[in-house]
Design a protein around this ligand. Structure first.
Ligand SMILES: C[S@@+](CC[C@H](N)C(=O)[O-])C[C@H]1O[C@@H](n2cnc3c(N)ncnc32)[C@H](O)[C@@H]1O
Length: 390
């Protein structure tokens, strides 16, 4: 009688033959103190032939190797006998799980498929290198079903990939990969491009369990995004209607707000700080609030003598002060250009990483107050929101 390991290997071969293979994950190391934590396997069609692309996830780095099919299956067999206790095979027809029990026996489980959309196989066609499951890009009209970027969607495509690249650099430092499940809130999610991209990256690339919510005031977009999430079996992703300021977030790990209008960005940052999010990532949109209440002192009149200069100065001050307020509330911040200004004017990004070891934040608070006084700024909306916390 074949062992459950043999059954698993057979199912892998079968799902590759009938093109239903989605992903295989090997987890639960026999030695929990070992450096190798997880292995994620995809099926890819390379010039050298049908292959398995294997990501070895170590404590602090990922190593990817491609194996021809049977070599790859040998690798899986030896990893299962020597290193890992659990295997999860996802196919578009069925999910399979193999578990090694403490009594030495094996358990074989089959479940309904969690993903029913076939992933892109060819490395050449994986245009959005950082996007794993192109299905959402097709549904959102960024990429054609044949994998080509749609006309006029080049900038959106670049933005999505750049966003995932930024996330990729932040996650390892955040410690979130160690969590059983990661909570995400996207405030002002719009058509969900970045919500889907972040979910796809964490679930399909990193193999994480994710609960993600996109909050959006437009009901038509909420309905559209929910229907796409259901269609793609992105089961941990949902969209809810409402205003950011009125949406309660008891806890979250990652809060994003990309191009939420004017003070909606402040509402989102406030919600992130209040929920003690590990990461707050925002790209501000229009800036009106600070500009409307700047009483520029005489010494700076020449600096902002032209309307456009006043506007730019107000933008710089608004975002600098946002970052200082985040610092004053225990975040390490960075402000940088998100994507080149050739693609969009709204290209600044503020990232806050919650400090694991708190520092004395008085100096940040003083810097904020000094900036406010220097430019005669009567009020900053984010400061007013944050006053509720003290
Ligand atoms: C410019 S779009 C950006 C969408 C998305 N974040 C992205 O980057 O692709 C801004 C979205 O935020 C929504 N929005 C603006 N203010 C909001 C608020 N106060 N509460 C909830 N949604 C808001 C708008 O309806 C719009 O869909």
């Amino acid at each position: 009688m074949p062992s459950h390991t043999d059954k698993l290997l057979d199912q892998i071969r079968k799902s590759i033959r009938d093109d239903s293979f989605v992903r295989l994950t090997l987890s639960k190391p026999k030695d929990p103190t070992g450096d190798l934590k997880k292995v994620l396997i995809k099926y890819v069609e390379l010039k050298k032939g049908a292959s398995l692309s294997v990501v070895f996830r170590y404590q602090r780095k990922d190593l990817t190797k491609n194996f021809l099919l049977e070599e790859g299956i040998d690798q899986i067999k030896s990893l299962l006998s020597e290193t890992f206790l659990n295997a999860n095979l996802l196919t578009t027809h069925q999910d399979w799980a193999l578990e090694h029990l403490p009594n030495g026996k094996q358990k074989w489980i089959s479940k309904a498929p969690s993903i029913t959309q076939k992933p892109v196989r060819s490395h050449d066609k994986v245009k959005p290198q950082r996007v794993q499951d192109q299905g959402f890009l097709v549904e959102l009209g960024v990429v054609s079903p044949a994998g080509q970027i749609q006309k006029d969607k080049g900038d959106k495509f670049k933005q999505i990939n750049k966003f995932v690249e930024i996330i990729e650099s932040l996650i390892p430092r955040s410690g979130l990969q160690e969590r059983d499940s990661i909570q995400i809130h996207d405030m002002g999610a719009g058509k969900g491009y970045l919500t889907f991209a972040l979910y796809d990256y964490l679930v399909n690339k990193l193999g994480q369990q994710v609960e993600a919510v996109g909050v959006e005031v437009r009901p038509d977009l909420v309905e559209l995004c929910n229907s796409i999430a259901r269609k793609l079996s992105f089961n941990g992703l949902s969209f809810e209607g409402g205003f950011i300021s009125q949406y309660d977030i008891p806890s979250t790990d990652i809060l994003i707000a990309l191009h939420a209008c004017d003070t909606a960005t402040d509402d989102a940052i406030f919600k992130g700080i209040q929920a003690k999010a590990s990461l707050i990532i925002c790209s501000p949109c229009c800036h009106k609030q600070v500009r409307q209440c700047m009483l520029i002192p005489e010494k700076h009149k020449n600096l902002v003598g032209h309307g456009i200069m006043l506007e730019r100065q107000a933008e710089l001050l608004t975002d600098n002060m946002r970052a200082l307020l985040m610092e004053a509330h225990g975040y390490k911040t960075k402000i940088f250009e998100f994507i080149s200004s050739e693609h969009t004017g709204k290209n600044l990004m503020i990232v806050g990483e919650r400090r694991k070891n708190p520092i004395d934040t008085q100096v940040k608070w003083d810097a904020y107050q000094a900036m406010k006084a220097e430019f005669g700024i009567e009020r900053h909306y984010l400061e007013e929101l944050l006053n509720q916390l003290s």
